[in-house]
Design a protein around this ligand. Structure first.
Ligand code: KG4
Ligand code: ZN
Length: 343
């Protein structure tokens, strides 16, 4: 089954074409990120306008690159939330129109489940359940217990900023540019972990995360260093290293806690921050010791938002939920705290 997936929940305008949930045929990604660099973060109205301008040309380009026509596509899929309302609506209404014109089924996909199924792309083997999935991005930070092919339980999430947001805001405090994750991780390689920064919610009994205290701690550190004239290039690299360690350790702490409770067979990492090498290495070390399989997206552009993860997730969704997917029923879904039930 060939599915064309549309993803416009934030600053990407992405179209992916995937066969049977695994085989990637085309991954076209346009982005409005250059426009957001000036403002050190995504401005929702700017992202929605950019999506409006680019959505149809991106769909056309994806089909052209894949050398396919709409007739070759079995069904359409679209992210219906959570995300920025304006950007989501552009994707949803475009997908509904295309489904109507071309008489195709339209599958609504939860953005986070898209990230979960990004780890299934180009993968030969099915996961062994139960699986613990950590999805870490600019807009979301979830810990999910994946119990069987399409059965998920949200066991933890951020109570304030997401990990990617923490990277982005940290880079802003250090005046390094946007998006912060790739910049901080690059500079961290030449720095030392010599600043004591807090691991927030270290002692909480739940599996939730929090990064706002860490961000504030960084802000005061920078302020104090500036006051005594001790901020220089090397110190910024050290701050990047210490800050990245604190983010990674906060995430791993809850991952370990959840692994202990649920004795999962595999650990998966996904979302934009799964591109982070230090985080990958740290999780790899811990899963190796426990002899647990660790998966993360096969390609860097399957980590950040993309259309192939939506097309992939839609395949498993329609396989497991027997429903006649109708474009008229696809509506925007904004609740960040729930893994929507599609049955
Ligand atoms: O999944 P994504 O594209 O968008 C959302 O759904 O939010 O994730 C974007 C986030 C940004 O916050 C960015 O700073 C972060 O992913 N990111 C990284 C790295 N690459 C992207 N964070 C840490 N290290 C990286 N290498
Ligand atoms: Zn995302």
């Amino acid at each position: 089954m060939i599915i064309l997936g549309i993803e416009t929940s934030c600053d990407e305008i992405a179209v992916g074409i995937v066969k049977n949930g695994v085989e990637v045929i085309e991954n076209t990604i346009e982005s409005s990120i250059e426009k957001h660099k000036k403002t050190h973060g995504v401005i929702p109205e700017v992202a929605a306008r950019d999506a409006t301008e680019k959505i149809y040309s991106t769909v056309k380009l994806a089909l052209k690159n894949a050398n396919l026509k709409f007739n070759d596509i079995d069904c359409l899929a679209v992210t219906n939330g959570p995300g920025l309302p304006g950007s989501l609506l552009v994707g949803i209404e475009s997908a509904r129109t295309l489904a109507y014109i071309h008489n195709k089924k339209l599958i609504p996909v939860h953005h986070i489940l898209g990230h979960v199924f990004a780890n299934r792309l180009e993968e030969d083997s099915s996961p062994e359940f139960p699986v613990l999935v950590l999805t870490v991005s600019g807009g979301h930070n979830h810990l999910i217990l994946w119990k069987s092919e399409f059965d998920f339980e949200l066991i933890g999430q951020t109570i304030d900023d997401a990990a990617g947001e923490a990277f982005d805001k940290g880079a802003r405090i250090l005046d390094l540019g946007f998006p912060g994750g790739p910049i901080i991780s690059k500079l961290a390689k030449e720095g030392k972990n010599n600043h004591d920064l807090p691991i927030t919610m270290k002692n909480s009994q739940d599996f939730n995360f929090s990064f706002s205290g860490l961000k504030t701690a960084l802000m005061y550190k920078v302020k104090n260093l500036k006051e005594i004239n001790k901020i220089n290039e090397q110190e910024i690299k050290n701050l990047c290293n210490s800050y990245q360690e604190a983010i990674c350790d906060s995430l791993i702490l809850k991952l370990k806690k959840a692994q202990k409770k649920f004795s999962v067979k595999e650990i998966h990492l996904s979302g934009g921050v799964s591109a982070n090498e230090r985080l990958r290495n740290k999780i790899y070390d811990f899963t190796k010791k426990l002899n647990i399989n660790f998966r993360y997206p096969k390609k860097l552009n399957y980590c950040t938002d993309n259309g192939v993860m939506i097309a992939g997730a839609a395949f498993w969704q329609q396989k497991n939920i027997k429903k006649n997917w109708n474009f008229e029923e696809v509506d925007i879904f904004l609740n960040k705290n729930s893994l929507q039930n599609y049955s």
